[in-house]
Design a protein around this ligand. Structure first.
Ligand code: 17E
Ligand code: FE2
Length: 417
């Protein structure tokens, strides 16, 4: 396959890109390919559109997607009603592996349409039938070569605050879940939260696994599990394999504490995830006015040289009723609420849903537009980051390891004046 006449994100000029055997074979300035090659059947005329590595979804709960309204909608819009509604869902009806898989797959189709090829998903391991774990492990295998999935053992109801919480985590890791999750801010006490973090890192070391913890997902400025998470990652040299997700409380920390905290965060080398659409919806609910935005310090962390990736969290589930699998929509929300709308911010904004996500997922050989790497890319109906975000440009072509997984012909309006 040859992609002819495309821009490549981060490079000047126009290019022709040759993919063969699932690998980028040649990336050359446009027109340097021989005329015979042009006539080949397998040439895609890009018309100057921008090629870039695929979007990465670093944080979604695929076991819950598309369940909004069952048994009822989240009426308060709070995280806590989300958790209790999900609890009702999982305890009042039999869970069926094939149904969970079909919902998750439908969400993957939506994400694929919007350029995602790599996904890291949580799966609730305190749902004790383990049907969600079974379903997502099967789906991960079935989707290999089309969309790559990493799984996280997520203890929705806590680890220490459940009598058998530790066993459930171990059982999930034994079944083949990739990463260790946690929820320290939701444990009954601060002490339980701290103890859960130690357990999480011990488990990660034992299974040689990445850590990806829901951390301080609350507007409580006293919720400071992040400092312990970062310190443990730093002590054990686990920073690059650790993600602190949400860290909403950082939006409520005082500046003096935060400036001290940043030194540790930087030294620890941990990664961050923020879900600005879900968090602005869920947080700030108990405030009247002024009403907090409920998101972590995305801009400040980034400017201090730390890695922050943006994710969806939810697609139509007990926590968040909207979402169509489009990370551009999440990014648009993110640049507004984090006030990253300056020219320099917008010029690089797609990093938040691509290369930054790839770092969270520890991708390497399989990610990037370079000769010799896997031929995985998307072609956007736009020329640069700012234009793509402004128009929420459609993905016209998505190719994973040389295999076309999505083609789209963008709609064209006829304006009659
Ligand atoms: N569970 C949780 O604790 N937090 C969330 N944001 C979601 C599930 C979606
Ligand atoms: Fe989450």
């Amino acid at each position: 396959m040859i992609i002819r006449n495309c821009r490549i994100r981060g490079k000047e000029g126009l290019f022709d890109v040759v993919c063969e055997n699932g690998i980028f074979q040649k990336i050359t300035p446009h027109k340097s390919i021989l005329e015979e090659a042009m006539e080949e059947e397998n040439v895609f005329e890009a018309e100057g559109r921008m090629m870039m590595p695929p979007f990465v979804e670093p944080h979604i709960h695929l076991d819950c997607v598309l369940t909004a309204g069952i048994p009822h909608y989240n009426m308060s819009g709070t995280l806590f009603e989300g958790i209790s509604t999900w609890h009702e869902y999982k305890t009042t009806q039999p869970l069926v592996v094939s149904e969970i898989k079909e919902r998750a797959k439908e969400a993957l189709r939506l994400m694929a349409e919007h350029g995602v090829q790599f996904v890291r998903t949580h799966v609730d391991v305190t749902e004790t039938s383990f049907k969600g774990v079974e379903a997502l492990l099967e789906l991960k295998e079935e989707m290999k070569g089309t969309i790559e999935i990493q799984t996280i053992a997520f203890p929705q109801n806590g680890i220490m605050s459940l009598k058998n919480g530790k066993e459930l985590m171990i059982r999930a890791m034994d079944m083949g879940i990739d990463c260790v999750g946690g929820i320290p801010h939701y444990e009954y006490t601060r002490e339980y939260g701290l103890e859960s973090l130690k357990f999480i890192f011990d488990l990660a070391e034992k299974y040689d696994a990445c850590v990806d913890v829901h951390c301080d997902e609350i507007d409580d400025g006293q919720s400071r599990f992040l400092e312990t998470l970062a310190t443990m990652a730093w002590e054990r040299g686990w920073g690059k394999r650790t993600v602190a997700a949400h860290t909403c409380a950082m939006g409520s920390y005082n500046d003096a504490y935060c400036s001290k905290l940043f030194r540790l965060l930087k030294d620890s080398e941990i990664n961050f995830n923020s879900c600005p659409a879900a968090s602005t919806h869920l947080q700030g609910r108990i405030d009247t006015f002024p009403k907090r935005r409920g998101i972590t310090r995305i801009k400040e962390l980034s400017e201090a040289g730390m890695n922050v990736a943006l994710g969806q969290d939810s697609i139509s589930d007990p926590w968040y009723p909207l979402g169509v699998g489009n990370l551009l929509r999440v990014l648009e929300m993110g640049v507004h609420v984090a006030q990253m709308t300056g020219y320099e911010d917008l010029r690089h904004c797609l990093d938040f849903i691509s290369t930054n996500g790839a770092k969270n997922l520890c991708l390497d050989q399989e990610y990037g537009i370079e000769e010799g790497k896997d031929a995985s890319f998307i072609l956007l109906d736009g020329k640069n980051d700012m234009e793509v975000l402004r128009f929420l440009s459609p993905v016209v072509l998505s190719v994973h390891k040389g295999k076309t997984i999505v083609e789209k012909i963008p709609a064209k309006a006829k304006v009659l004046f």
